[in-house]
Design a protein around this ligand. Structure first.
Ligand code: RIB
Length: 289
């Protein structure tokens, strides 16, 4: 990719240790359930999306916080091993973020996150390097996201509003793209509301129904890529990362979303978030122009 800027994509976001239990079904309130299996993976929407960008060939930097513990060392090493710049990954005096994930036999999941070190992103000054795309999610303090988008220089700003939260107009006005899933879009008032509040383009992911691109004048459906899904954790992150990598390449949003749709679908065919994020070669081998 081009080199007139420091990076193709800069991601400001969270990183977690994912503690993943596979169960027959999702537990009901008050129910104690035996797990069928258990695994630990690197995770967090910010880290997952940074890895997704890097595997799609984008020169990527990740800005965030880990704790001074073994999970923090593991996440830092993972990011480096993916070729991601970690010069602004700060180690703070708090536990590394955790995500308690349950995945049932049909691939459905529930996730409880404990912010830990992620709550400290922005405590130390952040200097946003130049990039083609600047990407953030909402597992770090909201005011920090607004602050970094205000420093975007000429980068395309992409907000993955996950988990959904009430968004200030100041932030929405700074978003070139918002990429919610259907549930988040509903919680935020819908694509038309986000457009009216200042976002230029909304890309809503619709799971096995594909995605939808909305702007002031049109709504464009993006067909799904059909797979047999076994685990949807990280699929949205694969979509967002691939979308940003393609935007950084200069592709238009429709082309980028078609490629992202394949990346998201592929991610549902492998267990775990980071393990499931596809490479550019895998995605492009399935892309028919
Ligand atoms: O989007 C999936 C991610 O959400 C998981 O990796 C977990 O850490 C939570 O942040």
């Amino acid at each position: 990719m081009g080199d007139s800027v420091d990076f193709d994509v800069v991601v400001v976001g969270s990183c977690n240790l994912d503690l993943v239990s596979a169960t027959s079904h999702l537990p009901s309130p008050g129910e104690t359930l035996r797990a069928v299996s258990y695994a630990e993976h690197a995770g967090g929407k910010g880290l997952n999306q940074a890895v997704a960008c890097a595997r799609m060939g984008a020169r990527t930097a990740f800005i965030g916080c880990v704790g001074n513990d073994s999970a923090g060392i593991m996440l830092r090493d993972l990011l480096s091993s993916e070729g991601i710049d970690t010069s602004q990954l700060v180690t703070v005096d708090a536990p590394t973020g955790r995500a308690f994930i349950t995945v049932d036999a049909s691939g459905e999941n529930t996730i409880v996150i404990v912010a830990g070190a992620n709550a400290h992103v922005g405590d130390a000054a952040i200097t946003i390097p130049s990039s083609k795309v600047l990407l953030a999610q909402l597992e770090i303090p909201l005011d920090v996201v607004t602050r970094v988008f205000a420093q975007a220089h000429n980068a395309i700003t992409v907000l993955n509003p996950a988990p959904a939260a009430q968004l200030p107009t100041e932030l929405l006005l700074l978003c070139d793209f918002a990429v919610p899933n259907e549930t988040e879009s509903g919680a935020l008032g819908g694509a038309q509301f986000l457009l009216g509040a200042g976002v230029t383009t909304v890309v809503t992911t619709l799971g096995e129904r594909g995605a939808e691109i909305s702007n002031a004048t049109s709504i464009t459906p993006i067909a799904p890529y059909k797979v047999d899904a076994i685990d949807t954790v990280g699929a949205g992150d694969a979509f967002v990362g691939a979308l940003c990598a393609e935007l950084a390449l200069g592709e238009n949003i429709e082309h980028a979303a078609r490629i992202a749709s394949i990346a998201g679908a592929l991610a549902t065919t492998v267990h775990g978030a980071v393990p499931s994020l596809p490479t550019r070669a895998a995605v492009m081998s399935l892309y028919a122009d």
